[in-house]
Design a protein around this ligand. Sequence first.
Ligand code: SF4
Length: 64
Amino acid sequence: MRVNVDFDRCASSGTCVRLAPDIFEIRDDGYLYLLNGEPDDSRRDDLQEAVDSCPTEAISLSES
Ligand code: SF4
């Protein structure tokens, strides 16, 4: 599974960070960073929730 983030759309709301802090991180510069772009399938539920919860629809999942 691959995690895709459209960084131009990201508003740094932090919703995805709260759901999956092993995958997403907001750093001191205020920008979102992807820590793991190809996570294990066991993270699918939280990542799907992040996709559904992102206020700017910046996250998508695809099969790698
Ligand atoms: S939930 Fe969406 S807008 Fe918020 S930090 Fe994550 S990618 Fe950015």
